[in-house]
Structures are given as C-alpha cells and as structure tokens.
Ligand binder design. Structure first.
Ligand SMILES: [Fe+2]
Ligand SMILES: [Fe+2]
Length: 136
C-alpha cells in the first residue's frame, strides 16, 4: 500500500533526527551545573524546533499518517499541540537556566525531568501510530 510505504519512508527519514535528539536529551540529563544546562537546553530547543517542522511539513510524517488513517487525525492534532507546548517549555527553561543562581538548579532539574518524561511519552505515541499504520 502506497500510503504505508510513505509512512515508513517518512519515519525512516526522521530516524537520524530522533537519534540526535536522544543524544541531546542524554546530555541535558547529565548537565551538572546551570551553565551546562542552559547550553544543553539551547541546543535542544534548536534541534526540537527543526524536528517538529520536519514532522509537520507537507508530505512529512504527520501528513503521511493522516492520509493513511484518517482516524489518527485527532491524535495528530494532540501531537502538534505538544510540539507547540514543548518549544515554549524548553525556551522558558533555557531562560531560567541562564538567569538562575545555584540554589535554583534543583527546582530547574525537577522541571527538566518532567519535560523529558513528557517528551518520551510523546515519542512513544508517535511510534505507536507509525507501528499501527505500518502493521495494518
Ligand atoms: Fe513529534
Ligand atoms: Fe519525533
């Protein structure tokens, strides 16, 4: 089925992007002071916004998923909302890391951990849709 191939192709094209994001996320998780955190958050922000544009572009993964299974459209809209929210959260965290003093690092770390688990959940939902579309 042509649509299925398109989903698989679009998903393959994003695989390298996803790997790179994992590296950045690992780096952020390991950042042990505010300036390392601010740097990791700045790089993550740039990589994520580029990645979200790739997923949402015409002919990209979300397009392919929506064509393949119209029933996915509500879920896709939720993923697009996530993208918008994540970009804002990462930007805010980056600004907080830049402005914060040492004592604020712990509360920032808690918010970073929440962001990372929300990102992991987002990715899991994306993968499930790709699997459902490919295995159908
Ligand atoms: Fe996404
Ligand atoms: Fe993604």
């Amino acid at each position: 089925m042509t649509e299925t191939l398109t989903v698989e192709q679009a998903s393959r094209e994003l695989a390298e992007d996803h790997r790179r994001l994992h590296d950045l996320i690992d780096r952020l998780g390991r950042a042990d002071d505010l300036s390392a955190m601010a740097e990791a958050l700045a790089d993550l922000h740039a990589a994520l916004t580029g990645h979200f544009n790739q997923e949402e572009k015409p002919g990209g993964l979300y397009d392919a998923l929506g064509v393949c299974a119209p029933s996915f459209r509500q879920h896709l809209a939720e993923l697009v909302d996530d993208h918008f929210r994540f970009a804002g959260v990462v930007r805010d965290l980056r600004e907080r890391a830049r402005a914060a003093e040492g004592a604020a690092a712990d509360s920032l770390r808690g918010d970073v951990a929440r962001l990372l688990s929300a990102l992991a959940d987002h990715e899991r939902r994306e993968h499930e849709m790709v699997k459902a579309a490919s295995g159908a």
